[in-house]
Design a protein around this ligand. Structure first.
Ligand SMILES: [Ca+2]
Length: 628
C-alpha cells in the first residue's frame, strides 16, 4: 500500500508541477503584455551633449619601486583583462624622483622599467595616455624650480622621441595640488597651494611651448579632489595653458551618489566651460571613488569586494557620462600599485590584486586576491561599450530616485552603434522603458545583466551577454532590474547598428509670412539651436515653411514653441510649393513641444500654418524639425 501510495503521490505531484508550469507560462506571457513600466527614459539621438568621448578609462600606475614584481603569469592575466575592457584612456602617474635625483637621470630605474611595460601596452593598443607627476620632489626649492620643470620636459622628450610613445597626449603637473595631504607635515594654506600650482603651470607651459612640445602634449588639471572651484579658477586664469580640464570626485557617502550630486557637479563644470571661449575643451574625471567605508589609516576601500560598491560606482560613472563628461577614470585598476605610507601594506582599491599569493612587508596576500572583484563586471562593460570617439546623447527621465540611464552613439557607416546603461541604485525593483523617437529600424541589442543573483560570466570571469533584444527603439525596450542592479544594452559585440532619422530641415532654406523684426528671421527655427527663434508679426494668419531641397518621405514634425504659441494650426506639405496637403490639424494647441507623427507622405516643402494665436503676441518657434 505504501508503495502504490508513493507512486500515486509522485504521479499527482508530477501533474501538479506540469499544471503549474503551464499556468505559470501562461501568466508570464500575459503579465508581460500588461506590465507597466515604472518610468520611461527617452533617448534623443539627435541631441549630442558631448561629441568626442574619450572613454571610461583605467588608472594604471607602475608599481612602487619597493614592491615585488608582478609575475609573468599574472601579468599576462592583467593584459588579458585590460584587453577585455578595451580601455582606450589611461591615467598613469609617476614621480620625477623615479628618474631624476636632482643631478642625474636614471631612465632604467625599477619604476621606469615598469612604466615602459605599461606604455608599451598603451602604444600598441592605441590607448590615449594622461601621464602625470605625483608631487614636487624634495630637492626642488619651489614649484617653479627650473630643475623640476626641466626634468618633466626631458621626461616627455625621452618618452616620445627616444622611446616612441606617441600615445602620451596629456600631462598632469601635480596630483591633487589642493590637498593638504599632498604637502607632508606643514602644508601651506589653500591660497598658497593655488598660487604654487598656478605658477608652476605657467612656468611649465612656457618651457613646453619654447621647446615646441605643446604641439603634441597638452597640460591638464587642476586634478583637485574636493576644491571643485579650482576648475573655475583654472578656466578663468589659465585658459591659454590648459589643454583640457579634469578633476577628482570622491563621495563621502553613497547617499550623495544616489542624490545625483556627481551629475550635478560635472554638469555645472561642463556648462561653465561651454559658456566660455574654451567650449571645445575636454572635461573629465581623472579619479572617481567612494569614501564611505574607507579605512583611513591604511588608505583602503574594503568595499571593493562587495556587490553594492559595484552598483554605486556604476551609478557614479553613468552620472559623469550623462553630464557630458569626456571620460571618467575609476580609482583604481589594481591593488598592486601603491603602498600605504602608514605600514607598508598595499592600498586596496583595485578591481583585483596582482600580488595575491605574494608577501609585501609583513603581510601575505591570499592567492584568491588575484580574482576579479564584483565591480570589474560593470566597469569593464562601461569601458568596452562606451568607446572612445562616441557621442554622448541626451536622455530624459525617468524621474525615479537612484535610477540613471546614459547613452552614447558612434558612427557605423550610415548607421549608429549604440550603447545604453540602466543603473538601478534604488532599494526596490524597477522596470524602465527605454525609447528613442526617430529610430527607423529593428536592431539586435546584446543585453548584459549585473544583478546580485544573475551575472553571466565565462571561465575567465568576464561578462557574457544574458540575451538578445531584437527591437525597434522607437517602440521601446522594457528593462527589468531588481533592487540594485545594472543593465547594459549594446549593438556592439554581435549586435546590429541602429538607424536614426536626422532632422531633414536642419539649416535648410526657410520662408515665412512675416517676422516680428530682424532679430527673429525664419531660418532661426531651422538652425538646431534652442536659443534662437523665428517670431512673426502680431496678427493672424501666419505661416513658416522649409524647403528640404528634394522630395522625401516624411512622417514626423517636431515643433518647439516659445511662449507665443499657436492655439490653432496645421502642418501642410507640398512637392511643388503650389499644391498643399494638410497632414495634421490642432484646434487646441497648448504650446511647449509638439512631437507630431502622421502617415508617411512625400514632401519637399513643409509648412506650419496658423490662424489663431494663444497670446496677444505673434507666433514664435525655437525649432521646427522634420523627420523621415
Ligand atoms: Ca533655433
Amino acid at each position: 500500500m505504501k508503495r502504490w501510495m508513493k507512486f500515486f503521490k509522485s504521479l499527482s505531484g508530477g501533474i501538479l508541477i506540469l499544471t503549474l508550469v503551464f499556468v505559470g507560462t501562461f501568466f508570464a506571457i500575459d503579465f508581460s503584455k500588461v506590465k507597466a513600466a515604472d518610468g520611461t527614459a527617452v533617448i534623443n539621438f539627435n541631441k549630442v551633449y558631448w561629441g568626442d568621448f574619450l572613454g571610461v578609462g583605467i588608472q594604471w600606475d607602475p608599481q612602487d619601486g619597493s614592491l615585488p614584481e608582478i609575475d609573468s603569469t599574472m601579468w599576462d592575466k592583467v593584459i588579458q583583462r585590460v584587453d577585455f575592457m578595451n580601455a582606450k584612456f589611461a591615467r598613469v602617474m609617476i614621480n620625477v624622483e623615479d628618474y631624476f635625483n636632482g643631478s642625474t637621470y636614471n631612465w632604467n630605474s625599477v619604476v621606469m622599467q615598469r612604466l615602459y611595460k605599461i606604455l608599451d601596452y598603451c602604444q600598441s593598443r592605441g590607448v590615449t595616455v594622461m601621464l602625470g607627476n605625483w608631487w614636487k620632489p624634495s630637492w626642488a626649492s619651489s614649484f617653479t624650480d627650473s630643475r623640476f620643470l626641466t626634468a618633466i620636459c626631458d621626461l616627455l622628450n625621452y618618452l616620445r622621441n627616444s622611446k616612441g610613445y606617441t600615445c602620451i597626449r596629456y600631462y598632469n603637473f601635480l596630483n591633487e595640488p589642493n590637498g593638504e595631504w599632498m604637502y607632508g607635515e606643514n602644508p601651506p594654506d589653500l591660497e598658497t597651494r593655488w598660487n604654487n600650482w598656478k605658477d608652476g603651470i605657467i612656468a611649465l607651459h612656457n618651457m613646453l611651448s619654447s621647446r615646441g612640445y605643446t604641439n603634441w602634449v597638452q597640460l591638464v588639471g587642476p586634478d583637485t579632489a574636493y576644491q571643485d572651484d579650482w576648475v573655475d579658477r583654472a578656466l578663468n586664469n589659465l585658459g591659454s595653458q590648459m589643454g583640457a580640464y579634469e578633476f577628482h570626485i570622491y563621495k563621502d557617502y553613497d547617499s550623495q551618489v544616489y542624490n545625483g550630486e556627481i551629475e550635478a557637479t560635472v554638469g555645472a563644470k561642463r556648462n561653465l566651460i561651454n559658456s566660455s571661449t574654451q567650449s571645445n575643451k575636454h572635461l573629465w574625471l581623472g579619479e572617481l571613488g567612494m569614501k564611505e567605508g574607507k579605512d583611513p589609516i591604511y588608505d583602503c576601500q574594503p568595499r571593493v569586494t562587495t556587490f553594492e560598491y559595484a552598483v554605486v560606482m556604476s551609478d557614479g560613472i553613468a552620472q559623469v557620462i550623462r553630464a557630458g563628461g569626456s571620460g571618467v577614470i575609476p580609482w583604481c585598476l589594481d591593488d598592486a600599485m601603491h603602498l600605504a605610507s602608514s605600514d607598508g601594506t598595499l592600498k586596496k582599491w583595485g578591481m583585483w590584486n596582482s600580488l595575491g599569493g605574494k608577501t609585501v612587508g609583513t603581510k601575505t596576500y591570499p592567492i584568491s586576491d588575484q580574482n576579479l572583484r564584483p565591480w570589474f563586471y560593470p566597469v569593464s562593460l562601461f569601458s568596452k561599450f562606451f568607446v572612445q570617439g562616441s557621442q554622448v546623447v541626451e536622455v530624459s527621465g525617468p524621474s525615479i530616485p537612484g535610477v540613471r540611464v546614459a547613452a552614447v552613439k558612434k558612427q557605423n557607416g550610415t548607421n549608429w552603434d549604440v550603447s545604453i546603461v540602466v543603473v538601478n541604485n534604488n532599494d526596490s525593483a524597477k522596470s524602465i522603458l527605454i525609447t528613442a523617437p526617430g529610430v527607423t529600424n529593428t536592431a539586435i541589442f546584446k543585453q548584459y545583466n549585473f544583478f546580485a543573483s544573475d551575472q553571466p560570466k565565462d571561465n575567465d570571469g568576464f561578462p557574457l551577454p544574458k540575451m538578445d533584444r531584437v527591437n525597434n527603439l522607437s517602440n521601446g525596450i522594457l528593462v527589468d532590474l531588481p533592487s540594485r542592479g545594472v543593465v547594459f544594452l549594446t549593438t556592439l559585440n554581435g549586435g546590429t547598428p541602429v538607424s536614426v532619422s536626422s532632422n531633414l530641415a536642419l539649416n535648410k532654406p526657410a520662408y515665412a509670412s512675416s517676422t516680428e523684426n530682424s532679430n527673429y528671421p525664419p531660418n532661426y527655427a531651422f538652425d538646431g539651436n534652442l536659443n534662437t527663434r523665428w517670431s512673426s508679426a502680431w496678427s493672424d494668419p501666419q505661416w513658416i515653411y522649409v524647403d528640404l531641397g528634394s522630395v522625401q518621405t516624411i512622417s514626423r514634425v517636431k515643433l518647439v514653441w516659445e511662449a507665443a504659441y499657436a492655439k490653432q494650426f496645421q502642418i501642410q506639405v507640398s512637392t511643388d510649393n503650389v499644391n498643399w496637403t494638410t497632414v495634421y490639424s490642432n484646434y487646441n494647441g497648448t504650446g511647449g513641444t509638439n512631437d507630431i507623427t502622421f502617415t508617411p507622405v512625400n514632401a519637399r516643402y513643409v509648412k506650419m500654418y496658423a490662424w489663431q494665436r494663444a497670446t496677444q503676441y505673434g507666433y514664435s518657434l525655437w525649432e521646427f524639425e522634420v523627420y523621415q
